[in-house]
Design a protein around this ligand. Structure first.
Ligand code: SF4
Length: 124
């Protein structure tokens, strides 16, 4: 039985309000999208929702105790809490370079987690 639900397209800053009709995971129609990407977004949300994620990990002997990190590409949304838990176990050793791989192939997704800034050693 078809279901219609509301969704906000987060692909660009326009943030169009979509009205998405689906049957299970099958997309039947999309209204309210200003461009084709809105339909692509709705389809992805039904089958493989993903988000970029950013958090921090611990650094030993750095000028700060934490360094910000981010996903190299959008990460499977249902596994974000699992990812955050894995990153809580990570402790880097300073110095850390910008875009250094912090966690390679996180949770076997093929997606790396990268440092978003450098972190010098505290004695440098
Ligand atoms: S439907 Fe198109 S214009 Fe609207 S938010 Fe999505 S990408 Fe932007």
């Amino acid at each position: 039985m078809p279901i219609t639900e509301k969704m906000i397209c987060i692909t660009c800053p326009m943030g169009c309000s979509l009205e998405v009709t689906r049957e299970g995971q099958t997309l039947l129609s999309v209204d309210g999208n200003t461009c084709k990407r809105g339909e692509d977004y709705a389809r992805r949300e039904l089958t493989d929702p993903r988000r970029m994620a950013a958090t921090t990990v611990r650094v030993k002997d750095g000028i700060h105790p934490l360094v910000p990190v981010y996903t190299a590409s959008a990460f499977p949304k249902p596994r974000l809490f699992e990812l955050l838990e894995a990153l809580r176990q990570v402790e880097l050793e300073a110095p850390v370079a910008m875009d250094q791989i912090v966690l390679a192939n996180a949770l076997d997704t093929g997606i790396d987690i990268l440092a978003s800034r450098e972190m010098p050693r505290s004695s440098q």
